[in-house]
Design a protein around this ligand. Sequence first.
Ligand code: ADQ
Length: 466
Amino acid sequence: MSRLIVVSNRVSAPCVAGEETVGGLAMALSAALREYSGLWFGWSGKTLPVFTGDLNTQTLDGVTTAVVDLEDVDRDEYYNGYANKTLWPLLHYRTDLAAYDRVYGEGYRRVNKRFAETLAPLIEPDDLIWVHDYHLIPLARELRALGIKNRIGFFLHVPWPAHQVLTTLPGHTQLVQAMFEYDLVGFQTVEYLQAFEEYVLSQAHGGQPSADTLKAFGRVLRVGAFPIGIDAADFGLMLKSARARRMRDLVAAASVFRHLIVGVDRLDYSKGLEERFLGFEHFLSDNPDMRREVLMLQIAPVSRESVEAYQEIRGRLDALSGRINGEFADIDWAPLRYVNRNYRRDELAGIYAVARVGLVTPLRDGMNLVAKEFVAAQNPDDPGVLVLSRFAGAARQMREALLVNPNSPEEIAEALKRALAMERTERIRRWRALFDGVQRNDVTAWRDSFVSALSNPEEQQAALAG
Ligand code: ADQ
């Protein structure tokens, strides 16, 4: 079997000892690599005044990680700049927040080149290379320029937007052209795949379809939809752990006599937190009789704090949560508990397990793993209800959730009411279907389907044709 080299912006715990991790990508990759004797390469998260290219390598649980420090200016231009101020908002349809600065684009190219130059000497002829996410779209082009001929795949964890949105990006042609240097490009859903195809057919030089491939820029690219999942088996084990049970008891005690509604997200404007709070407020004002029967717990650790848009949304959420509690709280009850900290995965499992409703309402989301974790944590005999945004990639698979438009406080309020009133038999029926999907389409299935498509192109073609 070929060795697998995974490349992502950050290499996170549990592979790098002593690091806190938050984010679905990190969760998914550490689970995926556990079974491969692979190499995981990326940025250490640290910067130096001058780039040295020195590698810090360690092996833990059969996975070798190799991380490199970047230069101070790289953090500003590549990470905070092009990745998080340009591409992230654009790919989440927030053209109003996308910053276009030539310097960011240069930083993005420079770091991708630095990644390629540092990684290239580690690559052996049979290695499969699997590159992750929007930070590293041009990496294959840089590796090819250094003479790397290996099979290289790319997986995009976030949405691929409609071509009318993408074309607002200066330099969109070069970005898409760089994707044609891969052997395989994977998206979370068929919808994003179709949006990519539409871009190629309408905008790219020589763009044309052929079976499961696309032709453009004089090259042929294989593409596919590979929906990511969670490590459902591991999650099931974690639920039984002492920490999970302790957290479950703690949260149950704190919400005694109330139905718990839970949300867990990075504090990001794409996650629809303001709209969610407004939906909850709407529910409270429309349903005075149910007010004291609910408690909403929103866990939202701060992320990307040096980007202004993130500071602003944090301020707005502080104000909104204060307003809701100010308006509705009583001496013995406050409706909203808003917590800006990280929890361990086993603790989160315990929290989900107590909740009667999982409220997952991103405005846009590549997939959304919290929705799947919530389902995996439910008690089969008395499961909670998932309320899920139509605009999360997960909504394509999780049809038995209550699907809502996250921009509508009325729809969120209505779905909360319905979820809280739902009979146990209906909750069980919906949960069973959701849980089967979460188990079947887990992170292992995701990894295996991508890696096998990357290593055996003919097999993928046969599968698609069938
Ligand atoms: P994210 O945007 O980070 O991931 P998501 O898929 O919801 O979003 O994953 C979040 C992960 O972080 C979950 O595993 C969750 O448990 C964890 N997490 C969140 N809050 C936490 C907290 N307070 N403490 C501890 N852990 C917390 C990106 C894309 C998604 C896509 C994933 C995977 O934006 O759309 O689903 O990658 O491809």
